[in-house]
Design a protein around this ligand. Structure first.
Ligand SMILES: NC(=O)c1ccc[n+]([C@@H]2O[C@H](COP(=O)([O-])OP(=O)(O)OC[C@H]3O[C@@H](n4cnc5c(N)ncnc54)[C@H](O)[C@@H]3O)[C@@H](O)[C@H]2O)c1
Length: 261
């Protein structure tokens, strides 16, 4: 039996990259998916799922706007009478400008989407899940939230915030059977990393992307999506308040100079 048959799943950032791939994986396992995005691409994701025989609706919304997040949860509840999973995945990178280039407004925008967005998702979804016996909330953090070097300062701080947020939320939801976890992806080929991949393609260095991790390759969105499905499923029924790193082993070591052969 499909793991998410009869379940309702919201995915923000569902119009591209990790969000689109994960929406499709959830739908392939029977979920009714609400793919939400600030662009019209959410409807494209939903159309793809429906043409594959799945159940999906595209919702155009801003994951950083409290009223939009509440309306998204209300819409899923009105349509299906339940909410089992909220994958708070929408994010913006803000580029690689450093501390002395970024402005306070850059920080406000990046924190608004990447950190306040997941906070709003938890605030809107968790009480509805709790009323119905429980649920799973997953937030996309990043290896950038663990240490520097994988994004600009505001991006890194926002993702560190997400890693902390899931620990606090899991504790504050004690006794509700709502689990809250994060995923920390390494380098994944998506809309966000397209400039990196385009630059490498121009230089003929695509095979160098991801060379610093022991798997020596970059990841694809489905490799994050499959972890999101695991965390959302009953198989992860005892995983709570945790950030799962999915980076090919990138952050498993201090930098090492290989011995001369
Ligand atoms: N690609 C990577 O290497 C990587 C690594 C670590 C973490 N992440 C995180 O993964 C998540 C998904 O990003 P992706 O890599 O799939 O990039 P992506 O750009 O392909 O997808 C992100 C989606 O989020 C949407 N979005 C942006 N702001 C929004 C808002 N305010 N409201 C609703 N939707 C909004 C975008 O329109 C886009 O469709 C992000 O949180 C990102 O920070 C990505």
């Amino acid at each position: 039996m499909a793991r998410f048959e009869g379940k309702t799943v919201i995915v923000t950032g569902g119009g591209s990259g990790i969000g689109r791939a994960t929406s499709r994986l959830f739908a392939a396992e029977g979920a009714h998916v609400f793919a939400a995005d600030i662009t019209d691409a959410a409807s494209e994701t939903a159309a793809m799922i429906r043409s594959d025989g799945g159940k999906a609706e595209g919702v155009k919304m801003n994951a950083a706007e409290p009223a939009d997040v509440k309306a998204l949860v209300d819409r899923a509840l009105a349509a299906t009478g339940r909410l089992d999973v909220f994958y708070a995945n929408a994010g913006v990178s803000g580029g690689f400008a450093g501390i002395f280039e970024q402005t306070a407004d850059d920080w406000r925008h990046i924190l608004n989407v990447n950190l306040i967005g997941p906070f709003l998702a938890i605030q809107a979804a968790a009480p509805e899940m709790a009323k119905r016996g429980g649920g799973a909330i997953i937030c996309t953090a990043s290896v950038a939230g663990i240490r520097s070097g994988a994004g600009g300062p505001a991006y890194s701080a926002s993702k560190a915030g997400v890693i902390n947020l899931v620990t606090v939320a899991a504790q504050q939801l004690a006794g509700t059977n709502v689990r809250v976890n994060a995923i920390c992806p390494g380098i994944i080929e998506t809309g966000m990393t397209k400039p990196i991949f385009d630059r490498a393609a121009e230089r003929g260095t695509t095979d160098k992307i991801g060379q610093l991790n022991p798997l020596r390759r970059y990841g694809v969105p489905e490799e994050i999506g499959r972890v999101a499905l695991f965390l959302a499923s009953d198989e992860a029924s005892y995983v709570n308040g945790h950030a799962v790193v999915v980076d090919g082993g990138l952050t498993s070591s201090m930098p090492v100079v290989p011995p001369k052969k």
